[in-house]
Design a protein around this ligand. Structure first.
Ligand SMILES: Nc1ncnc2c1ncn2[C@@H]1O[C@H](COP(=O)(O)OP(=O)(O)O)[C@@H](O)[C@H]1O
Ligand SMILES: [Mg+2]
Length: 263
């Protein structure tokens, strides 16, 4: 049995108030406001993604994870929102090139969050007509590169376990410092187990108050059976602890600093 207690110590929590999403649906560049690390850079939420980035480094300081799978037990737990925000936050380091690939080929939504086109994308490597370089998009998000899901295909699992995809991922590994994969839920389909088996780390998104604990344990077991390496959980939809209220002041500090810079 995996030692869940130890794993859960690595939880990173953050809270995305729904009201925020309603208030400002899209940024000027067309990105969804839930891409909060970009849309509201100096917010408490954006800081939490930096905490996540730091904790990710500290999980393996000697050999940082290069290929990272984001998954969860079920749908609607925050995988895509987490994948996009984490990728953007990793890409803030201008010395590191980060690639986000939408490998949720069943319900792809990365392109919607980033305000880019779904096609061409990763599934289009199958027809061999589009060059790999043409699949890599660079939205106006710093050092972040993205490959969306591409043309819908009838057999995503077979595609994800194909030698062709492995070859492409190996090529991409030589070009990027980080590759983040957004994937479907573990319980429903085997896609994330397959990808997990060829990647350095799997991070399991757990939605507070929604994801049952026994399903988290089951997912860890399923991932381990598939030779994937589950490393930590990311807790989503949590409430902000009261002692964080000082962050209100922290935010003002940023605003103040900006005003000074603009003068
Ligand atoms: N940290 C969070 N806190 C609160 N709600 C969240 C959080 N992350 C995502 N959500 C919301 O949960 C829903 C599902 O998010 P999404 O990333 O699409 O989930 P998944 O990819 O797991 O299906 C969306 O409505 C999104 O706004
Ligand atoms: Mg999703």
């Amino acid at each position: 049995m995996p030692n869940i207690q130890n794993i859960l110590k690595k939880v990173i929590s953050y809270y995305l108030p729904p009201i925020y999403v309603v208030k400002k649906a899209r940024t000027e560049g067309g990105q969804d406001a839930r891409l909060v690390a970009y849309a509201d850079k100096h917010s408490y939420l954006a800081e939490q993604y930096k905490v996540l980035r730091t904790n990710l480094y500290s999980l393996s300081p000697q050999a940082p994870f290069k290929t990272i799978v984001i998954t969860s037990t079920q749908s609607q737990e925050g995988k895509t929102v987490t994948s996009c925000n984490l990728s953007y936050t990793l890409a803030l380091d201008t010395e590191k090139k980060t690639l986000l690939i939408d490998t949720d080929l069943r319900r792809p939504t990365v392109h919607k969050l980033l305000g880019i086109s779904r096609k061409p994308g990763i599934s289009d490597i199958l027809n061999g007509e589009t060059a790999l370089e043409d699949l890599i998009k660079k939205p106006v998000l710093g050092n972040l590169y993205v490959i969306p899901s591409g043309t819908l295909i009838s057999s995503p699992t077979e595609f994800l376990s194909s030698a062709k995809l492995k070859e492409v991922i190996n090529k991409l590994k030589s070009k990027f410092d980080y590759i983040v994969f957004d994937t479907p839920p573990v319980i429903n389909v085997t896609d994330s187990c397959i990808l997990g088996s060829i990647c350095d780390a799997v991070l399991l998104v757990v939605r507070e108050g929604t994801t049952p604990k026994n399903m988290v344990e089951e997912c860890f077991t399923m991932l381990r059976h598939a030779q994937a390496k589950p490393k930590a959980c990311i807790l989503t939809d949590t409430t902000v602890p009261a002692y964080y209220s000082y962050l209100g002041r922290y935010r003002y500090y940023y605003k103040y600093k900006y005003r000074l810079q603009r003068r």
